[in-house]
Design a protein. Structure first.
Length: 479
């Protein structure tokens, strides 16, 4: 609670609480519009302070600009404007006003700390360190300076050193909970989980109702393989905020890892009640049903995930495996093809999504005509046949590309690369069974190509669907 008392104010003996802030902002704006800024400076400053405390930075900027009109040499106001701009991610603009504040009060440690923060945000680490050392020389026991040193080293990924400075800040001010929190994060980032756990416990002694603190503590406990305690920590987080979807998600994953599938599903269903478009929750429910060998239910939830994200290649692979387990091989192969098409990490194009708005340039046409003439002159020139196939595939003339590869294979029946390209072309034509047949044929002729495929499609090569299809000799039976 902040009290207000000014003999010049029309609001004598009035105080403002955070819950009254919207009304106070409205009142402050009305006073400004009525031209009563000068007579109500104290009240406006009170509202300004509360706006900053409650993250109402745009309202704060309006008030600070108004107050600067009547107090143009107030260093604190320039600093507050700089603070607001930093929080709005306008660091370079903020520097101008922090420098103005320091020109009016060069030994203001708070202004120096803000200048250091701006330099940290801009990754001017040497300048940030210089400013912090300057501030520390003025106030060697200022906890904010040690805190800023901690942020500097945290940004430089020197986590052990960052933790030392956060610890010093907390030592100077035992109630400086954010310093303790950042110390815990630094230990966590540095993989010092025991120290991180101790720091989170210390933080939660100060801020027992912080759901994020309990959540982070749960993550650390998982890293220490203290799973029952991690569950308890996530549940305490949810007791504070039962809409905390990240906690529900982590709890669901943990229950799944422990084989508590029904509890896990309930957690993910809660996530979906809170965030209807969370495709990962649908996916996780599907994987649990798959683990329980309830493949029809798994397919339903994989499909829901795919509807939310049509590029979710892991969901295609999972659904395809479930189809395979239900002896729906055709559907399994189709999902394998769709997984390849959706795999955005691949360096190769195995679908025809680029066909739209495609135009053939004249040099390509001329080269194709040259190659046709060369092939007619010497039909046994394998290099010409391969290049013709490649050129036709580039312009999506897939049937012609396939025909020339068959001509190559008549001459070189053990050409694994040609089988590999045939696989790609058949998948592009949505002929999934033929595509997998030629893919397997390529691997049989040249085992190294399997590694090429696995590298090209991270996640696909290790999937249960790929392994199952590869081991299924019935895939070889094509017409």
């Amino acid at each position: 609670m902040t009290f207000f008392d000014s003999e010049n104010s029309e609001n004598e003996n009035e105080f403002i609480e955070s819950r009254d802030l919207p009304a106070s902002i409205k009142k402050a704006r009305a006073l400004v519009e009525e031209g009563k800024t000068f007579l109500n400076q104290n009240f406006l400053e009170e509202v300004l302070d509360l706006c900053i405390e409650n993250f109402r930075y745009r309202d704060a900027l309006f008030l600070v600009d108004t107050l600067l009109e009547v107090a143009p040499y107030n260093a604190d106001l320039y600093l507050q404007k700089g603070i607001c701009l930093v929080q709005l991610n306008q660091n370079r603009r903020a520097m101008k006003f922090v420098e103005k504040s320091l020109s009016l009060n060069p030994v203001d440690v708070d202004a120096l700390a803000e200048k250091a923060l701006i330099n940290i945000n801009l990754k001017n680490f040497e300048e940030a360190q210089r400013v912090l050392q300057q501030a520390l020389a003025i106030e060697p026991k200022n906890e904010l300076i040690y805190y800023r040193f901690g942020k500097l080293y945290q940004m430089k990924e020197l986590y052990a050193k960052a933790a030392e400075y956060f610890d010093k800040a907390a030592e100077l001010d035992p109630e400086f909970s954010e310093a303790v929190f950042q110390m815990a994060i630094s230990y966590e980032y540095g993989n010092n989980y025991e120290a991180a756990l101790e720091a989170y416990d210390k933080y939660l002694d100060i801020e027992p109702n912080c759901e994020v603190g309990w959540f982070n503590r749960g993550i650390v406990l998982e890293s220490l393989n203290k799973l029952d305690k991690a569950i308890n920590s996530y549940e305490l987080s949810l007791a504070i905020d039962d809409h905390f979807t990240d906690a529900w998600f982590n709890l669901g994953n943990l229950f799944a890892d422990l084989g508590k599938f029904d509890q896990s599903i309930e957690c993910f269903k809660t996530v979906l009640k809170l965030e209807r478009n969370d495709e990962a929750a649908y996916f996780n429910i599907a994987t649990i049903y798959e683990e329980k060998e309830e493949y029809t239910s798994a397919i339903m939830f994989y499909t829901k995930a795919i509807k939310k994200d049509s590029g979710y290649h892991e969901a295609f692979l999972g659904r395809g495996y479930c189809f395979y387990k239900l002896n729906k091989v055709r559907s399994a192969l189709r999902d394998f093809r769709l997984a390849l098409a959706a795999n955005y990490f691949s360096d190769e194009v195995w679908d025809v999504s680029l066909r739209e708005n495609f135009q053939i340039d004249e040099p390509t046409i001329l080269r194709i005509n040259e190659l046709i003439d060369l092939h007619q002159e010497n039909p046994e020139d394998v290099a010409v046949g391969k290049e013709l196939s490649k050129k036709y595939s580039e312009i999506f003339a897939l049937d012609k590309a396939i025909d020339y590869l068959f001509k190559v294979l008549q001459l070189q029946p053990n050409d694994a690369e040609s089988y590999y390209q045939l696989s790609k072309l058949h998948f592009q034509k949505k002929m999934s069974k033929h595509g997998f047949y030629y893919l397997k044929k390529a691997f049989t002729v040249k085992a190294e190509l399997k590694q090429k495929f696995v590298t090209s499609f991270p996640g696909v090569g290790q999937s249960k669907l790929f392994i199952s299809l590869l081991e299924d000799n019935s895939i070889f039976q094509i017409q």
